[in-house]
Design a protein around this ligand. Structure first.
Ligand SMILES: Cc1cc2nc3c(=O)[nH]c(=O)nc-3n(C[C@H](O)[C@H](O)[C@H](O)COP(=O)(O)OP(=O)(O)OC[C@H]3O[C@@H](n4cnc5c(N)ncnc54)[C@H](O)[C@@H]3O)c2cc1C
Ligand code: FES
Length: 258
């Protein structure tokens, strides 16, 4: 497996978030929505890898995009990469979202950096009705609105401070939309409190849902236990590896810890 790929392009989405296109034909050929890559970010720690979701895949060109929000030293180092730089990537990793033909009407619910894996899901899911609900802190944090619009029948955005779209949390939008129409499955990714609440809303309506967890990671391949999360078994619970058993889990199975 070739780990060294090339940065194709970088597009700034807002002051702290950018889209990086990576030329990697093998990953573009096999990557599935919801899977992620573990990227060597460089900087002062030569071994520093960080996980990023496959945001958009162009199988013909052999490229994929990751959306990156600068949080700390890894993402800061990654933001200094330029077009044509070599980049060391392991992937695609993890399981990915389900793409069932029986789910004719789906909704995706994303918050902050959690919106990124949902774009490729919308592009590949066979459903005929696709509702997109996105939440951001404020107007400046809204990213990829047009790309999501292109892949959805309907889109609604919420911001915490009301500076764009509806005021409040995206979960309020979800609650309202589920009152208005039937949905077969909901796909959720975002901050833990948001995912927990969104799962509760789906459970109350008996609508199956899937969550993509963004637990901190080390190795990304099931060897270090850094990414353990609690999951329900029939009448017990156990730890699962988000990197290997996930990052996508059925909403009902996750024991959320805030
Ligand atoms: C499966 C998966 C997919 C992801 N996809 C994306 C993506 O598409 N785009 C994107 O921008 N980020 C994504 N992330 C989160 C991203 O990996 C972290 O933001 C990144 O590792 C932070 O590294 P850092 O060195 O810059 O920050 P650090 O210096 O390690 O930490 C800086 C701050 O960020 C917080 N932080 C670190 N890791 C996470 C995390 N996993 N979730 C929430 N907060 C965190 C820390 O608590 C700290 O406050 C994903 C994470 C996972 C597990
Ligand atoms: S990140 Fe090492 S086991 Fe999951």
């Amino acid at each position: 497996m070739n780990l060294i790929h090339r940065v194709g392009a970088i597009n700034q989405l807002n002051e702290d978030t950018f889209l990086m296109t990576i030329e990697a034909p093998e990953i573009a050929a096999t990557g599935k929505p919801g899977q992620f890559v573990n990227v060597k970010c460089g900087g002062t720690d030569a071994y520093l890898r960080r996980p990023f979701s496959l945001c958009r895949i162009d199988r013909e060109r052999g490229t994929f995009d990751i959306g990156v929000q600068i949080r700390g030293r890894g993402t800061e180092a990654l933001s200094r990469f330029c077009e044509n730089n070599p980049i060391d990537i392991i992937g695609p990793l993890g399981n990915g979202f389900s793409l069932n033909r029986e789910d004719r009407r789906i909704a995706v619910v994303g918050g902050g950096i959690g919106v990124f894996p949902l774009l490729q899901l919308l592009r590949e899911h066979p459903a005929s009705e696709k509702l997109t609900l996105l939440g951001f802190r404020n107007r400046n944090q809204v990213v990829l609105e047009q790309s999501f619009q292109k892949e959805s029948n309907e889109i609604a955005i919420a911001t915490d401070d009301g500076s764009y779209g509806a005021r409040g949390f995206v979960t309020a939008l979800l609650e309202r939309k589920l009152e208005e129409r039937p949905i077969d499955r909901v796909f959720i990714c975002g901050p833990t409190p948001m995912m927990k609440h969104a799962v509760e809303i789906c459970k109350a309506k008996s609508i199956p849902c899937e969550v993509s967890l963004e637990e901190r990671m080390g190795c990304g391949i099931g060897a270090c236990l850094v990414c353990a999360c609690k999951v329900r078994l029939s009448d017990d619970w156990d730890y699962a590896h988000v990197c290997k058993d996930g990052p996508v889990f059925s909403g009902e199975s996750v024991v959320f810890q805030e």
